[in-house]
Design a protein around this ligand. Sequence first.
Ligand code: NFE
Ligand code: MG
Length: 572
Amino acid sequence: MSERIVVDPVTRIEGHLRIEADFENGYITEAYSSGTGVRGIEKIVVGRDPRDIWAFVQRICGVCTTVHALASIRSVEDALDITVPRNASLIREIMNETQFVHDHVVHFYHLHALDWVDVVNALEADPEETSQIAQSISDWPKSSPGYFQGVKDKVQKLVDSGQLGIFANGYWGHEAYKLPPEVNLLAVAHYLEALDWQKNIVQIHTILGGKNPHPHYVVGGMATPIDINSDNAINAERFSHMQKLINEAFDFVEQVYIPDLLAIGSYYKDWLYGAAKPNFLSFGDFSTGDVREVEKYRMPRGAIIDGQLEDIQEVDLRDPEHVREFTDHAWYDDAEREDGDGRHPWEGKTDLNYSGPKPPFDQLDTDARYSWVKAPRYKGHAMETGPLARLMVGYASGNEEIQQVVDEALEALGVPMDALYSALGRTVARGLETRLMVRWLRDDMNALIDNIKTGDQVTFNSSKWEPNSWPDNVQGVGWMEAPRGSLGHWIEIENGKAKNYQAVVPTTWLASPKDHTGQPGPYEEALKGVPVADPEQPIEILRVIHSFDPCLACAVHLTDKEKEGTTKIRII
Ligand code: NFE
Ligand code: MG
């Protein structure tokens, strides 16, 4: 007989996610992913000046704190056919690369590592041995026995106080943890170091975008004043500070994150659960030229269906067959839908007037509607997007830089390519793309400095700023790669105002409920077949779900006051 495990809310993510999973003979047989909060940001921008919308939609999320602004201005620039100056293109790349590096490191250490690392077990570690391990895998200087003894003392104090603080509510001692105490101690030390490091790298956002979270953008370029010789602009001293931050980021990624990832991964090579369907989607991004020059993307565009790596399919965000959103199992009113077949975002609707049962509830009605997340599909397929998808599309496209980091990691771990189709593989992919991102960040900063040295200080193209220069009715789409995957914003502009606005976000693809054909979303698919040793402590569910790095604020773009509280596990 099957039982149902309920995890609500899933913690160490952004936003409100509920997972229900049917569990039989030790394995999950079926799963349901539900976004339990809705914010309706797509609706509040309708009727507004398209030049202002980036500032509203940027507030969709404070984690991927910059990406919705960029997708939004790209959608308006697409509609109005605006080309941005080279400096602005480069600054935007740098902003997004900074976001990726920050976001991925924080995800690995602070949101995901504790699914693999047993903090309390670190108390049994021998600091001498930890030091030897640290020095054998990396040149990172903080590696003395005394340093690890200090970290151990810190954890001991927390445990003795009975208040674990940032480490509270873990499943410490769970049999699914496999690391020796010394590796646990190493990882805990780097958890604390990463916490300290992450506040520095975002200074790049504050310098180029005025602040973080939510730095400034402008349709037509960037509002970044550049003058190498002025005290009131981004000058030589600021550039050299940013270069120092990038060098520190490079060292942190190469000497801490990647060695930790491979060391931890090597103990979990047998735990290769958590694959979604091998359907991978990447809109592509990080052009060395203008965003419209798709062929110049360092992260290629394409789609892979059913693991067919030799058959990369085209992705056209203007094509209604390529992106459609379904709401058959989501709490939206779609009564006016005519074709019964989902909607391309330019025809998309976000109607919150659905009159059937909605939260709060005791139990999801999974046969009916059970989420605020819509179900986007590419040519009808549920798609995995994000680091693993990007690397698979890049690898299959023959991108040598991507092939090299992937091959190196597979060799270091001694696993075949198929091993990447797993929760662990997704986590490794995220680390590998961070290696690429920090290189591109360095290259783009150098390119920006070189361009400025030629005398070009322009960051803004004002040619289409005035609405009287716009067509009466026009549509645009802005796309990009965000840390969690492919992001698109679609806009229709009529008489100078937004007539419709739709965002289809990485976590919308990933956390989607079932669609009209019953096809599950990637979270739901990935949980099937996952073993759960103790349904009262379903750490395996967290491993799989966290490997996608959920952001539900993004996915459903109200806080349910009655459901405030801590993690609740219920066996029904
Ligand atoms: Ni709120 Fe986001 C990213 C976007 S969502 S985190 O990355 O877009 O999936
Ligand atoms: Mg949307």
